[in-house]
Design a protein around this ligand. Structure first.
Ligand SMILES: O=C(O)CCC(=O)C(=O)O
Ligand SMILES: [Fe+2]
Length: 382
C-alpha cells in the first residue's frame, strides 16, 4: 500500500521534467505497476540527414540511455509511415486467426526447428511456458539445409501480400539497424576508422524477425506472456500494437521514488529494482540492446531484463526485429569503450575498468544458444 505520501511520477517525455502528483488524483491507469517510466524518447531523424548538431544530441541521448537503461524509445516517424507497421499487424492478426491446422502448415518442425510457426506455449522461458504463439524468420542462407540448426528456409503464410509487405519492413529495419549503430558509434566517441570496422561486423546482419501473438492471460494464470529475459544479440527494434501495460522493463536503479504498491512475484525478484511498463508511443519503436553490446562496450552498456504480462482483453501483436552482427563477426571489447573506462574521472565508479569480456564469434555464440535450447527443450529466451 502506499503510505499516503506523495508519489513522484515521471511521464514518457524526452525532457527531464518530473511531475509530483498527490495520491488522491485519479489513477492514470489500472495497471498494478508503478507509473514511473523514465525511458527517454530519442529522435533518429538527424541521422537520416546531414544534421550535424542534431546528430550530436541524438548520439549523446542514445549513449546516456544505453548507460542507464539499455532501453529507449526511438522516434522513427520521419523514417517510416505509421500505417506500414499497422498493416503488418493486420496481416499478423489474419494469420493468427486461422484454424490451428492451417497455422501448423508452417510449423517450425517442418524445417530447422527455428524458422516457422510455434504454437501457443511451445516456447519456454525460465522453465515456464510462454503464453504466446509466433512465426520466426531468420536471414536467408545460401545452400539451406534443414537438418542443420537455423540453416533451413523461412516459411511464409499463404496470405496475399504477407511476404511482400514483411520483406519491405525487413529491408527498412536492416537499414535502420545500421543507422542506429552509427549513432551509437558516435555516442561512444568512435573515430571514422573505428566505425568502419564496427560497420563491417554488422553490414550483413544475421537478423531475426518474430511476429508474436499474445492472447490475454487468464486472470488466474500465474505465468507470463513472455518470461523475463535479456536479448542476446545486438539491437532489438520492437514495433508493438498500441496495447498498454504489456511490455515491462526491469530498472535496477530507477532514481526516483515510485509507488511501492507493487510486489514482484518471488521467482521474479532477482535483485533490487523495479519493473516499469514500456507502453507503445505513436511514431516510436522500442529499442533495446543485447549481450553483444555488453561485449563491445566491455560492460559499460548492459542488456536489460524485460518480460511481457498481457492481462488486457485484446489479442496483442508485436513484431520484434533483432538486428544482429554478421554470422562470422568477431565481437570483442571496442577501443572506444576502453578509452571511456580508462579515462574520465568517475566519482560513482559506474564506468570503472574491469576484466575484459571474452570475445565471441557471433554465429558460434548463436549456434550454441540455439542447439543448447534445442537439446534441452528450453525456449528461445533461456
Ligand atoms: O512482445 C514484446 O513486447 C517483447 C518480446 C521480446 O522481448 C522478445 O521477443 O525478445
Ligand atoms: Fe526480448
Amino acid at each position: 500500500m502506499n503510505d499516503g505520501g506523495f508519489i513522484l511520477t515521471a511521464e514518457h517525455t524526452s525532457s527531464t521534467t518530473t511531475k509530483v502528483t498527490s495520491p488522491n488524483m485519479p489513477a492514470a491507469a489500472a495497471s498494478p505497476l508503478p507509473k514511473l517510466s523514465a525511458l527517454p524518447i530519442i529522435d533518429i531523424t538527424p541521422f537520416l540527414h546531414q544534421d550535424h548538431h542534431g546528430r550530436l544530441s541524438t548520439a549523446a541521448a542514445i549513449h546516456a540511455a544505453c548507460l542507464e537503461y539499455g532501453f529507449f524509445y526511438l522516434d522513427i516517424s520521419k523514417y517510416v509511415d505509421p500505417s506500414e507497421p499497422e498493416e503488418l499487424t493486420r496481416l499478423a492478426r489474419e494469420f493468427f486467426a486461422l484454424p490451428q491446422e492451417e497455422k501448423d502448415k508452417i510449423s517450425l518442425k517442418n524445417e530447422d526447428h527455428a524458422r516457422g510457426y510455434a504454437r501457443l506455449k511451445e516456447n519456454v522461458t525460465n522453465g515456464k511456458a510462454d503464453a504466446h504463439e509466433a512465426i520466426d524468420f531468420y536471414r536467408p542462407v545460401e545452400n539451406p539445409d534443414k537438418t542443420k540448426p537455423i540453416w533451413g528456409e523461412n516459411q511464409w503464410p499463404d496470405i496475399p501480400e504477407f511476404r511482400e509487405k514483411y520483406e519491405v519492413w525487413i529491408g527498412k529495419m536492416k537499414m535502420l539497424g545500421i543507422i542506429v549503430m552509427e549513432a551509437m558509434a558516435a555516442g561512444l566517441g568512435m573515430t571514422h576508422e573505428e566505425w568502419a570496422d564496427l560497420r563491417s561486423q554488422v553490414d550483413d546482419s544475421f537478423w531475426v524477425m518474430r511476429i508474436i501473438g499474445y492472447p490475454p492471460l487468464p486472470n488466474d494464470h500465474d505465468g507470463f506472456s513472455c518470461g523475463s529475459h535479456k536479448d542476446y544479440g545486438c539491437l532489438t527494434l520492437l514495433y508493438a500494437d498500441p496495447t498498454p501495460g504489456a511490455l515491462q522493463v526491469f530498472l535496477k536503479d530507477p532514481g526516483l521514488l515510485v509507488d511501492t504498491d507493487f510486489e514482484a512475484p518471488a521467482e521474479e525478484a532477482v535483485e533490487e529494482g523495479v519493473w516499469i511498463n514500456a507502453d507503445p508511443i505513436p511514431g516510436c519503436i522500442v529499442c533495446n540492446i543485447g549481450e553483444m553490446w555488453e561485449i563491445w562496450t566491455n560492460g559499460l552498456y548492459k542488456s536489460t531484463l524485460h518480460r511481457v504480462v498481457h492481462r488486457g482483453s485484446n489479442y496483442r501483436v508485436s513484431i520484434p526485429f533483432f538486428f544482429e552482427p554478421n554470422f562470422d563477426a568477431l565481437v570483442k571489447p571496442l577501443p572506444a569503450a576502453h578509452r571511456i573506462q580508462d579515462g574520465a574521472p568517475d566519482p560513482f565508479h559506474k564506468h570503472a575498468k574491469q576484466k575484459d569480456y571474452e570475445p565471441v564469434i557471433y554465429g558460434e555464440f548463436l549456434l550454441k544458444k540455439v542447439t543448447n535450447n534445442f537439446d534441452t527443450g528450453k525456449g528461445k529466451y533461456d
